[in-house]
Ligand binder design. Structure first.
Ligand code: NAG
Ligand code: NAG
Ligand code: NAG
Length: 303
């Protein structure tokens, strides 16, 4: 061994220039991709993380077939949808309309950002979602105290009075107003995690509430053998939540996901301008949905 090594150092093999060449090209590409990430920091980073995790979920071919049969994702930003599912609801191709649930052990529905009982649990999940006569355990995750009373004596529904988040910690929750050309537009308070400075700005309607590690909770609460439906309407936090669900191998625990991806849309207020309330474009949200479906997640666009 030693002898051969000594030999080769006296006569450098011709592969060396090739190695240097490859190294230079590699460094160049690394620089390029770093620059690209700086320009598009948000979703491009997310999608890169997602690509690294492709192996985590085991997606059998029949599941890919089911995903191909889902309603198509809407590629163009709809300009006429302001609130709620509206006419999109009739297009949803529900998973239990395609598969038999009888092999599943428990049936669980988790509503992240539940708000009023009737806003999605009562009016949609209980009435519309096809359940094949199974009784679902329902978890309502809602941090806004204004809604707690509605859940006090509701049989079969457990209220988790926290913000769905990626750590157990207290967060600043509520909403800050939209300011366009010095005019302050106060929005109906909606629950989202805002920054610390909103706590003292005298304009924002925020309070400090407890957030919990939803990813950890999900892993401890449900099993692969359960049938788990999640509605996620968390006012922008979905990007972080989905990233962590994937990174920590919990996305596969969700059988069917209804997710609103909050993008920078035209709003009724503020002279109909785009207000950059959310930092993502419709195209970025569309990519996120496509990416989730590509990796075997039965996900629907929620509005
Ligand atoms: C559900 O139960 C009702 C009444 O017991 C029955 O008529 C119906 O066929 C059942 N549906 C399914 C999908 O099993
Ligand atoms: C978060 O808090 C809950 C309830 O106290 C606890 O059971 C859980 O282990 C905590 N999760 C983490 C990741 O610390
Ligand atoms: C959106 O981006 C701006 C500028 O980078 C930042 O100040 C703001 O906090 C971001 N908003 C959200 C909701 O992430």
């Amino acid at each position: 061994m030693n002898h051969r090594r000594a030999n080769s150092s006296r006569n450098p093999p011709p592969v060396k220039p090739v190695v240097y060449g490859v190294l230079i090209i590699f460094l160049f590409l690394t620089c390029l991709s770093t620059i690209k990430d700086k320009v598009y920091p948000n979703i491009s980073n997310l999608n890169k993380d997602l690509r690294l995790q492709v192996e985590k979920c085991d997606v059998p071919e029949h599941k890919r077939d089911l995903i191909r049969k889902l309603e198509p994702l809407i590629a163009e930003e709809p300009l006429d949808i302001w609130e709620g599912l509206g006419k999109e609801e009739q297009n949803i191709k529900y998973l239990p309309s395609m598969i038999d649930l009888s092999s599943k052990q428990r049936f669980i529905y988790i509503d992240l950002g539940a708000r009023e009982y009737d806003s999605s649990i009562g009016s949609w999940f209980v009435k519309q979602y096809p359940k094949q006569n199974k009784t679902f355990e329902i978890y309502a995750v809602e941090a806004d105290k204004a809604f707690f009373k509605q859940y006090q004596s509701r049989k079969g529904v457990t209220l988790l009075p926290y913000v769905a988040w990626i750590r157990n910690e207290s967060v600043v929750f509520g909403s800050k107003p939209i300011i366009v050309k010095d005019k302050v537009w106060r929005m109906r308070p909606f629950g989202r995690i805002e920054g610390k400075k909103e706590e003292d700005d005298k304009l924002s309607a925020v309070t400090r509430v407890e957030a919990f590690d939803f990813v950890d909770w999900l892993k401890r609460t449900v099993k692969e053998t359960d049938f788990v439906v999640v509605k996620m309407d968390v006012e922008g936090t979905e990007i972080t939540l989905v990233r962590e669900l994937i990174q920590r191998g919990a996305i596969c625990l969700i059988d069917e996901l209804f997710m609103e991806c909050h993008f920078d849309r035209y709003v009724k207020c503020c002279s109909g301008e785009r207000i950059n309330r959310f930092n993502y474009s419709y195209a970025q949200c569309y990519d996120l949905f496509s990416d989730l479906r590509n990796r075997g997640c039965v996900v629907h666009q929620w509005w």
